[in-house]
Design a protein around this ligand. Structure first.
Ligand SMILES: [Zn+2]
Length: 404
């Protein structure tokens, strides 16, 4: 199988030396309802893991929840809730949405607030090794000490700074040596939750969370690290910097897997613009299978627009209903339909950078062949097994529609 690796900007054969893929996905900051863009990200990652397992590999999957963050504190204040209660409640809703969508839970679901010790240990190592400095109770990563900083984004300094500033960086923080330096440990602010640390009371920076948690659960090298394409910079470049310079092991990540953005009404779907389609609402009208099939008809690496969602979901709904009907019919007969060519074509598509739109096309062809053979009274049992198995790789359940 080949996958596009953001680090090399190239398609690369995906290999593992021990048959296991250690996979990490940046989880949600729980202050917001799950929208279609989130669903696309987590469904694509789920399909990738399911496909690797279908090919005979094992996966160990870790997902974090950033349950302490500027956004949560801001939102908690706005709605008059305790920050930790807001984070718990929103996480519960997010996980319910994922469960409804048949996105498998990770092997380790890790809360940032429960991993503070691992973060502090990593920060201490970075200080010892000269990649970080402390000022007035805060600790910063020193980008000038790191010649390789920004290897994933491959931008010049000015673009890095502009992008970081758009995404939560405080360039004017007087404690910083360089405006691009990022916070590892943030000194206590009035009214904010704090933890004790060697540098005084405070809370962790966002980027250090993922470095510390992935290292703790997967070791110094992650095979596949996933996340939305909007996390490439600064978040993932900061993760590389922290992880490689604290562990001394390179690479931190073997394959960077980034999922494209979903637009709606002309802009990236986002809380700040308010142009969102919520998973929970969509599931009131369409089945989880329909929603997943609709998402799988888009390649994970191409931005797309959900403006046609209504039509696309109607079509997907009709399609999964038909497939489920075909699987529910008795299929014995004299001549049998050989599903192997369809399975081969499905694999070829998936091996080609997880080309799910093409793979869906092959499933539709197999479904059509099954329909024809059923009419002719041929044996379709093997073909039904194949359709169920391959649809399962896409996370489709295709339950018997006659069972209520
Ligand atoms: Zn992360």
């Amino acid at each position: 199988m080949k996958l596009y690796n953001t680090l090399t900007r190239d398609l690369e054969p995906v290999t593992t030396s021990d048959g296991i893929f250690r996979m990490y996905i940046c989880g949600v900051t729980p202050y917001d309802t799950t929208h279609l863009g989130h669903a696309f990200n987590f469904v694509c990652f789920d399909i990738l893991a399911r496909y690797l397992e279908y090919k005979g590999y094992r996966t160990v999957r870790v997902e974090n929840v950033t349950d302490i963050d500027d956004d949560i504190l801001r939102q908690a204040k706005k709605v008059g809730m305790r920050w930790d209660e807001l984070a718990r409640e929103e996480t519960r809703k997010y996980r319910a949405d994922m469960r409804a969508l048949n996105v498998r839970p990770p092997d380790h679901y890790v809360w940032a607030t429960q991993e503070i010790a691992a973060m502090q240990e990593m920060i201490s190592t970075l200080l010892e090794r000269g990649y970080a400095y402390e000022k007035n109770g805060s600790v910063y990563y020193d980008v000038r000490a790191d010649q390789d900083f920004g290897q994933l984004a491959k931008m010049g300094y000015a673009d890095m700074l502009a992008t970081a500033n758009e995404r939560g960086n405080y360039p004017d923080d007087p404690n910083k040596r360089d405006p691009l330096d990022f916070v590892l440990w943030q000194a206590a602010q009035p009214g904010e939750p704090t933890w004790d640390s060697p540098w005084g009371k405070g809370r962790p920076g966002w980027h250090i969370e993922c470095s510390a948690m992935s290292t703790r659960y997967l070791g110094p090298t992650v095979d596949i690290h996933a996340g939305g394409a909007d996390l490439i910079f600064p978040h993932h470049d900061c993760e590389i910097a922290q992880s490689e310079h604290s562990s001394g092991v390179k690479p931190f990540v073997r394959y960077w897997f980034h999922v494209a953005m979903v637009r709606y009404q002309g802009e990236k779907m986002s809380k700040s613009l308010g142009n969102m389609l919520f998973v929970k609402d969509l599931l009131e009208t369409y089945s989880a299978d329909a929603l997943r099939l609709y998402l799988a008809k888009h390649h994970y690496r191409e931005d797309w627009s959900a403006d046609d969602a209504e039509q696309g979901l109607e079509e997907a709904q009709a399609q999964v209903t038909r497939w489920a009907e075909l699987l529910a019919r008795a299929g014995a007969g004299e001549h049998s339909l050989d599903p192997e060519p369809y399975e081969k074509a499905f694999r070829a598509a998936m091996d080609d950078d997880l080309d799910t739109p093409r793979a869906v096309g092959h499933l539709e062809s197999l479904a059509n062949a099954i329909a024809e053979c059923l009419e002719a009274g041929d044996d379709v049992i093997a073909a039904q097994v194949t359709l169920r198995t391959l649809a399962g790789v896409l996370g489709l359940r295709l339950e018997d529609p006659h069972l209520v």
